[in-house]
Write a protein that binds this ligand. Sequence first.
Ligand code: ADP
Ligand code: MG
Ligand code: MG
Length: 249
Amino acid sequence: MLEIQDLHVRVDDKPILKGLNLHLGAGEVHAIMGPNGAGKSTLSAVLAGREGYEITSGSVQYQGQDLLAMSVEERACAGVMLGFQYPVEIPGVKNVYLLKAALNAQRKARGEAEIDAPSFMKLVREHLAFMKMDNSFLHRAVNEGFSGGEKKRNEILQMLILQPHLAILDEIDSGLDIDALKIVAEGVNSLRSASRSMLMITHYQRLLDYIVPDHIHVLADGQIIKSGDKGLALELEARGYDWLLEDAG
Ligand code: ADP
Ligand code: MG
Ligand code: MG
């Protein structure tokens, strides 16, 4: 699904990712943990194709294609989707309109016809109910005035509708109370499938009580310095990151 090799990325001439390697198989859920400033959001932004990042070396293969050569739109249509740490507000654009436009763009890229209005509304209402959001969210401007938890739920709603092959979730747990965290985790867990991979970025172990990853990696100073199974998260919770940083020298 995703093969990252020796990725080096600079932002404003400052090296941020310094030789990152990562392999995600189909159906796998990987968590990336690590201290603040390690480069976690930079990694997610580079995978999503955001501007302002200079890739100085390395490669990223997504389903056998050169991901870094693809435009943001091409990535989205190929099923790569990023859930933002800080979801953007889009004043003047209704949530329902964005969802429909995104879904139809994806269908068009796949040579499929636009979804008809009744089928679309049925699909949206089903997922809204699952995310415990009421219909009013459809008619509000995208994320405008949404609470932190509502924004994160809206990100997962988009994923439930667009069904990405590779979902990247950047600190989807930050700013959530425990009830919102459980709803978001249920949404993410319902997306798990043999053909979908997920990269979950989180600073805290708490999320991983609800979404249990297959593999955990620690990103520090632009490199993966340790990988393990879910036991590693518990060890990090107990010991912090310092012992790893010392080991890594
Ligand atoms: P994390 O998500 O792990 O907390 P980030 O990827 O957000 O880390 O940031 C990694 C480093 O890159 C930090 O030192 C941060 O200050 C720096 N950085 C990120 N974006 C920019 C930017 N646009 N301009 C300058 N420095 C940046
Ligand atoms: Mg951070
Ligand atoms: Mg971050």
